[in-house]
Design a protein around this ligand. Sequence first.
Ligand code: PEP
Length: 240
Amino acid sequence: MAGNWKMYKTPTEAADFVKALAPQVKDVHDKTMLLCAPFTALQKLSDAAVGTNIAVGAENLYWEDEGAFTGEVSAPMLKAVGCTYVIIGHSERRQYFGETDATVNKKLFAALKHNLLPIICVGETLAQREGNETFKVIETQINGAFQGVTNSHWTSIIIAYEPVWAIGTGKTATPAQAQEVHAFIRKLLPKDVANDIRILYGGSVKPENVKELMGQPDIDGGLVGGAALKVDSYLKLIKY
Ligand code: PEP
C-alpha cells in the first residue's frame, strides 16, 4: 500500500506521521507499507522509519547521476537519504511537467541501475476512455516505458494503473473497470514473470472502497494520494 503525498508535508510533519503510524503497524507482515514524500521530507522521514516496517520512496527522480541539471535529484541522492522506491511517470508529472514515455523509460533505467524499485504509472484520461482508447493508450505507455527491459529487471518493477479521471477527483474506477485494465496490463508482460509483477491501482482509493478493489484478482495493491495523508485513514487502508 503506497502513499503518494504529492506536494504535502514538511519534514517534521512527515516524521510525526511515521512516529504515530509505526507502533500501530508493527505486527503487519503481509503487506508492504510505503510512503512517498517530497524530496525535502525524505531524510527526516527515513530517519523516523529506521527500525520500522515502513519503506520510504520519492515521487520523481532525474536519470543522470549528477551534473548541471538545476533543480533535479538523482537516484544516488535518493538512495543516500534512505529511499528504496521511486514513483515514475505519475500522471501529474506527465500533465504538468512534460514527462513522456521516453523520459519515463530513462528514469526507469536510472532507478534500476541504483537498486531503487520503480513504480511506473500508466493511465488514460477521461476523453481517452470515452473515445474507447483506453487499451491502446495503456499498451503504448507500457511499451514505451519498458522498452529495453530484460527479464532480470522485471521482478524489480512495480506498475500502477491510475486512470487520470479518478485521481484526486473522488471518482473511483469500479472494481470491474480496474480489474479489466489490470488483467490487460498483465497480459502485455512477459509470460514467465507476469504473475510476479505487482500491479497497483490508484485513483481515489479510500477506506470505503479499498476492500473491494483489493479483492480483484489482478490488483496487488494501491497507490493512494488523499487517503494516505492522515494516519487514521492510511491505517484503515492497511488493515482493510
Ligand atoms: C495518486 O496520487 O496517485 C492518487 C491516486 O491520488 P488519489 O488517491 O488522491 O486519487
